[in-house]
Design a protein around this ligand. Structure first.
Ligand SMILES: C[S@@+](CC[C@H](N)C(=O)[O-])C[C@H]1O[C@@H](n2cnc3c(N)ncnc32)[C@H](O)[C@@H]1O
Length: 252
């Protein structure tokens, strides 16, 4: 890896690493990791084959701890792969290690091979940057946002993939973040939402403004659901009418 790593080099390094993170989302991960102060801590939930992990590890200061939590267990592996992908997940684990090695960050990342709900004792407080891209079903997505989000320090950042794209993730956002007294919705890059942890509880006016900002993304959510419906019905060409990038396999 060049020293220091640059964003264009890093984008090139993950070019052939399988995953769903777009270049714009890689940039948001990169910029967020760059802002983590020396001696800080980054936690990623859901690493798959290392596409986002590599970006975080290459961007972070060498003194920042980078923790990647993924059981590589076969459940909630990716779009429409909710259970029973054990063989593929075993391969994910081997390919994850190989990809990190090739990108020069094998020693920069501490991989916790566990479900996120069981991984809490493996990680110290506080977190400066939390990236959530694990299970997308409502229950586990809510638990990640609530329980791991609670461990982010005031002023810290939480990024969540598949927001306003996955139904489970979006319901979890609605439940815990839309009108949150402690999380400020900064904005989104595609389906990657960005939140800042507030130092103190916000008043009703600030919470209503947060809710309104979230609501502006709802038409985009409806569009994504329509695209997914068309893709499942094997009507991909029709998604063109909704401005969908034909190179993408799933809306992100
Ligand atoms: C969408 S992929 C992550 C993609 C990755 N962030 C990237 O950029 O390529 C989801 C991953 O989450 C993992 N996963 C599923 N449930 C999880 C859980 N409860 N805790 C941690 N990881 C989980 C899966 O094993 C899978 O590798």
């Amino acid at each position: 890896m060049p020293d220091p790593a640059t964003f264009p080099d890093t984008l090139e390094a993950v070019r052939y690493v399988e995953g769903w993170m777009t270049p714009g989302q890689a940039r948001l991960l990169w910029d967020s990791a760059r802002e983590v102060p020396a001696g800080g801590r980054i936690v990623e939930i859901g690493s798959f084959r290392g596409r986002s992990t590599i970006v975080l590890a290459r961007a972070a200061d060498p003194t920042v701890e980078v923790v990647a939590i993924d059981p590589h267990g076969g459940n909630d592996r990716g779009p429409q792969e909710l259970a029973g992908f054990t063989a593929e997940a075993a391969e994910d684990h081997a390919v994850f290690n190989e990809n990190l090695e090739n990108a020069g960050v094998r020693d920069r990342v501490r991989h916790v091979r566990a479900w996120s709900s069981a991984a809490h004792p493996e990680v110290d407080d506080p977190l400066d940057l939390l990236y959530i891209d694990g299970a997308h079903r409502y229950g586990p997505a809510l638990a990640d946002i609530r329980d791991w989000g609670d461990r982010v320090r005031p002023g810290g950042t939480m990024l969540i993939h598949d927001s306003f794209s996955s139904i489970g993730v979006t319901l979890a956002l609605a439940r815990h973040l839309f009108a949150s007294p402690t999380w400020h919705y900064v904005g989104r890059e595609g389906s990657m939402t960005e939140y800042r942890r507030e130092g103190r509880r916000r008043d009703a006016k600030a919470r209503a403004a947060n809710l309104a900002r979230h609501c502006r993304a709802l038409p985009w959510f409806v569009r994504n659901l329509a695209i997914k419906g068309l893709l499942v019905a094997h009507l991909k060409p029709v998604t063109r009418l909704l401005g969908y990038d034909q190179e993408m396999v799933w809306p992100h």
